[in-house]
Design a protein around this ligand. Sequence first.
Ligand code: SF4
Length: 293
Amino acid sequence: MPITYDQPLYRPPSEGRNLIVQATLGCSFNHCTFCSMYKCKAYQVRPVDKVCAEIDVLANSFPHAHRVFLADGDALGLPTDHCVMLLEHLTSKFRNLTRVSAYATPKNLLDKTPKELSVLQKKGLKLVYLGIESGANLILKRIIKGASQKTHAKAIERARNADIKVSATVILGLGGREDWRIHIEDTAELINQAPPNYLSTLQLTLEEDAYEPFLESQPEGFSFQDDMGILAEQERFISLLAPSRPIIFRSNHASNCLALAGNLPRDKERLLDEIGAVRSGANTVRPEYLRGL
Ligand code: SF4
């Protein structure tokens, strides 16, 4: 019998071909004002025996799977012994398993000791997806991210020291037209201080039910960036990035007006040229009908 997922179910685009195991439901934090992904769900830790039974079903149907994503919004918030049981069960059922990944908040990472993260890495957790959104404390406070530039940097370093890869996302447009410079400059400062392995930029796109909470969290008169404003942010961001370790950079999420891909710092000039071509009118942005969340 196929398993039934508790909806809505989200996963990073790069996990599109991988198995999903729902270890928790919702998000244990659930306060970010721009995010309505799990507002309809109460956070729950799913019982180990239920999750393991679903892993068995998936293993019968897809015995050769080599990557598994643990959903929902921050499966890394599970106690370490709980995570270990799930990781051990996954390893015993999927002989070709090379990677287990999960969304994580900075708090999830900092609540675990370096030793606990190292145990999880050895048991199979190889990648976490961390929505940093901004490196500017002003913006992080407004969007109620529950983290600061400092805690983001500590969380990235803690994961990387345990040999767990970090895929971080930044949301262009979060500072609006008024505060875009501080948003971008402080975010570049964070990334240069604590480079993740992968970095993606998304373009601020709100679900209908997120408009009100988002605008309530912003100063009066907040104005959304248009595509040219977003490209100015992207250009400034990339121009300021000088990470001490290479970063795989992507802005190919469906929300973006311009898809970019490269390695930083190696491809910096090419990426800036591609942005410059659109800003100068030599190239065009992705049409609205081809964009999404
Ligand atoms: S952005 Fe992430 S941490 Fe914030 S509410 Fe949404 S799922 Fe939770």
